[in-house]
Every structure is written in structure tokens, then in C-alpha cells.
Ligand binder design. Structure first.
Ligand code: PEP
Ligand code: MG
Length: 316
């Protein structure tokens, strides 16, 4: 089976009805770029940069070190696009042991973009490093956990300020596309506000499920209720995809469901054309894509979407 899949590496990812489906990789370190290319990814859809910051006992990587890391990732992708997510620290990804349990409810606390905006000078170190790396390849910047219009404005203002700081040095940097994660129900419900400000969106189903269903994604006592097929989750995902498509903006899913082969046909049927996943899943998902006819899947997906128990229809 593995050998058979390996032969798909250079096969274009196109459905039976001719739809080109973008299969991207999620990475955690610059060295993972080589793994992504070898797996047949056409880009990085999610570089989880928090892994550069974790486990350093409070010392953060400076601009130079970050710049090198982002540049390595971009060069490792050999001209393919890299989506760099700004730090998503907190909750299930504590900075280090000293920060571990110092919040009442870390998943609802100072994590991700909230953490970055709480220390704008630190945030701009990362933004300047990313902008400088963009001189070496195609970079998209992705902001995690946005839920308020005011956070959108603040994040974009920090990007503008980071550019101004580089201009003042002066230092070379490149153009980037700006995007947002949709991983809080509030973001999905106000997707049109997001689309006013961003070039692309990426749906983080891991957190979207957690926050929609009030299920801590790390708590085994409730893991049986953590359901990617819950009708409420499917509805939010569908509406975000539809809103993006209506405005001609790119949208991908970068949570675990994107790499789950039992979800591929449903996501295609709901209109998704870009998936970002662990590199090890790419060929298996590509196999599903090659067998799919999105025209047939679209009407079936509408039935799944309105079912009380969507999982019962998934094998159909
Ligand atoms: C997600 O929430 O779906 C996601 C991709 O981000 P992370 O798993 O890093 O929180
Ligand atoms: Mg997330």
C-alpha cells in the first residue's frame, strides 16, 4: 500500500471532473520543508512557528534567528509558497514549564494573537523577521485565533509598523499576503468582516470544534464528544468556505480533518479546494481526490450537512 501511494507523489491532484485540489503541508520546523516537498506538497499551508519559541525557558528567539528559520523554510520549499502563522502560544502549547498552569482557563485565556498583541514590540520582532524572509520566496502571513474586529485592526497595524521599522533602517523585505485563521465560532459567524481585510482564510478545525462544542481538545474525559461531524461544526465550516468562494478568496482547512481521509469527500462536496495537513497524510488524501467527482459529491454533501447524524451518511 505504501509503495502504491508513493507512486502518486508526482501525480497532479485533480478530481475525476477536472478540479485541481491544492494539497499543502503543516510543518513545525524549517527542516520539515524538505519532508513536505518529498511528500508531494505544493506548499506549506501552516508553519506553526510557536515551536521555535517553546521550551527555551523564557528566552525568545531574536529577529535574526527567526529570520534565518523562516528563510530556511522558504528556501527549503524551493519556490513553493509558505504560510507562516504568527505565534500560537498558550493553551495546549505552553511556552515552557514556568508558564504552564498560570492561567485559570488557558484555552480561553491569553493565547495566540491575544498573547502577541499583549506585547506588540515582541510581536513585531516576529513580523519583521517574516517580512525580511519574504524577500527570498513567497510568504503568506496567518494570524491565529482572531475573534474581534479590533484584533484584526491591531494585527494589521502591527504589520504596517513592522514595515515602517524596516524602511527606517533601511532593510530589504518582501511582499506578503495576509490571512486569518477561522478557529473561533465568532470568526466564522463574522466571516464577511474577515474577508474585508484579508487575502485568504484558513479554517482551524481543531480549535473550531473545541470552541463550538465546548470540548477541551486535550481532555480525555470528554474526547468522545469531540466530533468533527457535529452539524454545528459542519455548518460553520460550510459557511466560511461558501463566503470565501463567493468573493473569490482562497480558503483552506488546516486542522486535523484536512488530513483525515474519511473527511476528504465531504470537504470536497462542501466546496473546499485546498487542504493543509501533516505531510504523512498527503498521498492518502490525494488518492481520495483522484477518485472523487465534486459534482456528485456536492449534492450528497448538502444531505450530510442537514442530517441529524451526519456520520451515518459518511460511508454512503
Ligand atoms: C487548528 O486549531 O485547527 C489548528 C490548525 O491550529 P492548532 O492545531 O495549531 O491549534
Ligand atoms: Mg488552532
Amino acid at each position: 500500500e505504501r509503495e502504491r501511494l508513493a507512486r502518486l507523489r508526482h501525480t497532479p491532484s485533480i478530481t475525476l471532473d477536472g478540479q485541481r485540489i491544492e494539497l499543502l503541508a503543516n510543518i513545525e520546523q524549517p527542516a520539515d520543508a524538505a519532508v513536505a516537498v518529498r511528500a508531494g506538497a505544493v506548499g506549506v499551508g501552516l508553519f506553526r512557528t510557536e515551536f521555535l519559541f517553546m521550551g527555551r525557558n523564557g528566552s525568545l528567539p531574536d529577529e535574526e534567528e527567526q529570520y534565518q528559520a523562516y528563510r530556511d523554510a522558504v528556501e527549503g520549499m524551493q519556490g513553493l509558497p509558505v504560510t507562516i502563522r504568527t505565534i500560537d502560544i498558550g493553551a495546549d502549547k505552553p511556552l515552557d514549564k514556568t508558564h504552564k498552569d498560570d492561567h485559570l482557563n488557558p484555552a480561553l485565556g491569553l493565547r495566540a494573537i491575544r498573547w502577541s498583541l499583549a506585547d506588540p514590540a515582541m510581536f513585531r520582532v516576529q513580523l519583521r523577521a517574516v517580512l525580511r524572509a519574504a524577500a527570498h520566496g513567497q510568504i503568506n502571513v496567518l494570524f491565529p485565533m482572531l475573534a474581534h474586529a479590533s484584533e484584526i485592526h491591531q494585527a494589521l497595524a502591527q504589520v504596517a509598523l513592522a514595515r515602517a521599522e524596516l524602511d527606517a533602517r533601511p532593510q530589504v523585505y518582501g511582499a506578503v499576503r495576509l490571512g486569518a485563521m477561522v478557529e473561533v465560532p465568532a470568526a466564522a459567524l463574522m466571516v464577511n468582516t474577515f474577508l474585508r481585510y484579508f487575502d485568504f482564510l484558513s479554517i482551524g478545525t481543531n480549535d473550531l470544534i473545541q470552541y463550538t462544542l465546548a470540548i477541551d481538545r486535550t481532555d480525555e474525559a470528554v474526547s468522545h464528544l469531540y466530533d468533527p461531524l457535529h452539524p454545528a461544526v459542519l455548518r460553520l465550516v460550510t459557511e466560511v468556505i461558501a463566503a470565501c468562494r463567493a468573493q473569490g478568496k482562497s480558503v483552506s482547512v488546516c486542522g486535523e480533518t484536512a488530513g483525515d481521509v474519511t473527511m476528504t469527500r465531504l470537504l470536497l462536496g462542501l466546496g473546499l479546494r485546498s487542504f493543509s495537513m501533516h505531510p504523512a497524510q498527503i498521498l492518502a488524501v490525494k488518492q481520495e481526490v483522484l477518485r472523487a467527482d465534486t459534482r456528485k459529491l456536492a449534492s450528497w454533501a448538502q444531505q450530510v450537512l442537514t442530517a441529524e447524524d451526519p456520520s451515518a451518511l459518511l460511508g454512503a
